[in-house]
Design a protein around this ligand. Sequence first.
Ligand code: FHN
Length: 454
Amino acid sequence: MEELTFAIPERLAEFLREMATEQNASVSDVATLLLRRGYDFTKNRPVLEPDRGQRPEARTDPRLDWWRAEKFGLFIHWGLYAIPAGLWKERAIPGIGEWIMQRAEIPVAEYEKLAGEFNPVQFDAAAWVAMAKAAGMKYIVITSKHHDGFCLFQSAQTDYSVVDASPFGRDVLAELADECKKQGIRLGFYYSQTQDWHHPGGDGNDWDFTPSSQAFADYVDNFVKPQVSELLTNYGPIAIIWFDTPKGISREQSESLLELVHSIQPECLVCGRLGNGLGDYASMGDNRIPGELTDLDWETPATINDTWGFKVNDHNWKSSTDLIQKLVDIVSKGGNYLLNVGPTAEGVIPQPSIERLEAMGRWLAVNGESIYGSKPGPVQGRGDIRTTRVDGKVYIHIFNWPADGALRIDGIAGQSARLLADGTQLPVAQDGTALVIDLSTAPLDAADTVIVLE
Ligand code: FHN
């Protein structure tokens, strides 16, 4: 694995490594090519890559109505990578934790030994589901198979699973599916359809295998499809199949996977990362929030710290204020927020994640009516406020309380305004085309105080 020997921002380094991996090229080749093509490194990468988009006919499909209303989901990245947790042979491996096998070019024969150590005796599906619900999350998506190829479910296609290869021996997906049913929350499965560093035909492992399009086609037809069928047959109703990193998957392959999912469970949604713009909904880049409204159903998958899979040295936790504001920002532009936790190898969700999710749950318990079932509000593009609307009501989310105690909003009218949290009426006045709301009281919530305008 090529090391970067000069100082560049970690986000840029991460981007170059990802591109190098996806293009099967060296980091310096990627950087040289991008510079030659005039790529501006000071700009961010696109928020939505077209191949991760939404099929036009899905935009009005009522099968998505629950998803459009629910807004906030829990993502769980869990697998063998939680054991090394970012360290390999006492060396800290840069990048996201679940990529350690690729970043450190760990041979399959060595990496798969981790399965013999995977014994998460503290895994408690009931507690995980209860935590998601208390956070105000309405659906859960868990990695059934990530790029390392290890399966959190029993599969007739491979023994490389938690059931057959680990001392734990329990079907994690089955336990979660039972618990989600009991506690009344939808469950979806992440499935890495293109990258599989354990399977000789899967994409991405060029240190053990020689890539070939024939081997990849066999892998899709004779491994991916039977596994996707298992996931949709053995665990009850599945809300979402969350495919990821489409890379070079062909349109025909994406189409056949889409058809397969819908032939087994017509109601199951397919994430845009299926590839080739065929998703039931669009998937933004990781942690990427569009700056403006977009005419798509879309979701932002996001981390609470920097990694998805558990990393012992990643302490870069976003604040709960930041997370609440990101949720509101996304919802105000019509999107969904899929927020990740990376449990440890013992099956414990890191305490900093739990604390932040609890804070989000407290905020949503008070302000949820401005989020669930809402649509983007009439005022867009301001830094200090966001707006959402439900039926005839407009919700004004105040991120920065006005220092002079008056909130002035152009192009909006309203008869009455009150604080959502405690019902306090706020004096309003019309000044030409602007509405002025008297905010001489103190904010009720530093992250986001919500005003209802009717
Ligand atoms: O490579 C993966 C990564 O490990 C993680 O699963 C994220 C989640 O959105 N998806 C891919 C990168 O975009």
